[in-house]
Design a protein around this ligand. Structure first.
Ligand SMILES: C[S@@+](CC[C@H](N)C(=O)[O-])C[C@H]1O[C@@H](n2cnc3c(N)ncnc32)[C@H](O)[C@@H]1O
Length: 404
């Protein structure tokens, strides 16, 4: 992004208002947890929609998951604003400049991560201002800026061992980098933000990137570029909107709503997918079993399972889950019966998630616009876009702001 295209303040506001209105209007279609539902959530309110969903084959569902236009066309009779929502979630693809780097700068960095770093660094507007790298890990991103633009870099990171590794890597590369072992939430961390530096955060989770934005506004920071991720990683249960516009908006979100934008996994291989399918089926079948045993028609969350258990039997899985939840551990189990009930639940979940797909990116945009409006309210002009294609990372949104 050699020359950021800043958005007009009123346009940002209108964009947010329209999204807020539509997401609120259609909330019954996405603000729910399909795993908790024994039936398709809209069976009574929209029986014809449910009939249509029931009739879809596995192949058709798979196709619709990747063909957004076909999905919009299919569901438009019930969701007449589906196309408008998709348009509201569109962002421009930002152009990244080519960075000139010495050979082997990617030493020790996995391929996909390296591509993300190059795309993000190339998108940040070029300048000579000192750069603050927020939640830096080993400082790979900062090192790229130091090598490409000879900028002075401060990399702030909570894990001491990562700071040490980062210092080693900086020494190897002969670059000027200062590692600060510090908690991003602390006042000390805020002290590294200044009006003449540029704060960057690539994939700082949840509260970590919002804390940077809050510190930035308090410290009257100069420039900031962030790619948000893991919106649900926050301290409380309810989402606290950052901007006045979102605080006054209609939508109220909780932690589980915030997981919706992240449900797009482009990176999982076939083996992982197979395990995931088994795990989902067993979890659903266990849920049917536990409702019967407890006599309580309510979802019971089960902790993360060790992957090796998924290669054993369903009965073993139920024994483990029952023990975790202090339920009577069965000696034998009618596996076929519970698995058939679990399979039916899974079929419903797949279909509900298909409908929810339409709302993932619009919800992510709502969250991003909340951040952008906050920065605007704090006296900045803001540019937005995608810094890489989705196959590199679905968390590809770039928020850039400069104090006016
Ligand atoms: C998802 S990683 C991103 C690392 C790097 N920006 C990148 O894209 O490769 C998040 C980083 O934040 C660091 N972190 C977590 N909590 C933190 C805190 N409270 N203060 C500072 N850093 C923190 C983690 O140790 C980790 O290195």
């Amino acid at each position: 992004m050699s020359d950021p295209k800043f958005i007009e303040p009123e346009q940002l506001e209108r964009w947010f208002q329209r999204l807020d209105q539509l997401l609120f209007h259609y909330r019954a279609f996405w603000q729910l947890q399909p795993f908790h539902c024994c039936e398709m959530a809209w069976r009574d309110s929209h029986p014809q929609l449910c009939e249509l969903l029931d009739a879809l084959t596995d192949e058709e569902i798979l196709e619709l998951e990747t063909d957004h236009i076909a999905l919009i066309n299919l569901l438009s009779p019930w969701l007449e604003d589906a196309k408008a929502l998709a348009e509201l979630a569109e962002l421009p693809a930002l152009e990244a400049r080519e960075l000139t780097l010495p050979p082997r700068t990617d030493y020790g960095i996995p391929g996909r991560k390296w591509q993300q770093i190059l795309a993000f660094a190339g998108t940040v507007p070029q300048s000579q201002k000192p750069l603050l790298e927020w939640c830096a890990g080993k400082g790979h991103l900062g090192r790229v800026f130091a090598l490409a633009d000879q900028r002075s870099i401060t990399s702030l990171e909570w894990q001491q061992s990562l700071c040490k590794d980062g210092e080693e890597l900086a020494k190897r590369a002969h670059v000027d980098m200062q590692f600060v072992h510090c908690d991003a939430f602390s006042p000390q961390a805020a002290g590294y933000i200044a009006s003449d530096n540029h704060a960057v955060a690539l994939h700082a989770c949840g509260d970590l990137h919002t804390s940077l934005m809050r510190h930035w506004s308090l410290q009257q920071g100069g420039r900031i570029s962030v790619s948000p991720c893991c919106y649900h990683k926050l301290q409380g249960e309810a989402y606290q909107p950052m901007s006045i516009s979102a605080q006054q908006g209609q939508l109220r979100l909780n932690k589980s709503d915030l997981k919706l934008p992240l449900q797009e996994t482009v990176t999982a291989g076939a083996g992982v997918q197979r395990h995931r399918q088994t795990e989902l089926l067993w979890r659903m079948a266990f849920d049917e079993w536990q409702r019967d045993v407890r006599g309580v028609d309510e979802y019971l969350p089960v902790p993360n399972v060790r992957k090796s258990l998924l290669t054993e039997s369903f009965t073993e899985f139920v024994r483990w889950a029952a023990e975790c939840k202090q339920l009577p551990v069965p000696t034998t189990l009618e596996e076929d019966r519970w698995l058939a009930l679990g399979q039916q639940r899974l079929e419903n979940v797949k279909r509900m998630e298909l409908v929810m797909h339409l709302f993932r990116r619009p919800l992510e945009l709502w969250l991003v616009l909340d951040r952008a409006l906050y920065l605007q309210e704090q006296g900045a002009r803001v540019a937005l876009g995608e810094f890489c294609e989705k196959h590199l990372t679905p968390r590809n949104i770039f928020i850039h702001a400069e104090r006016i």
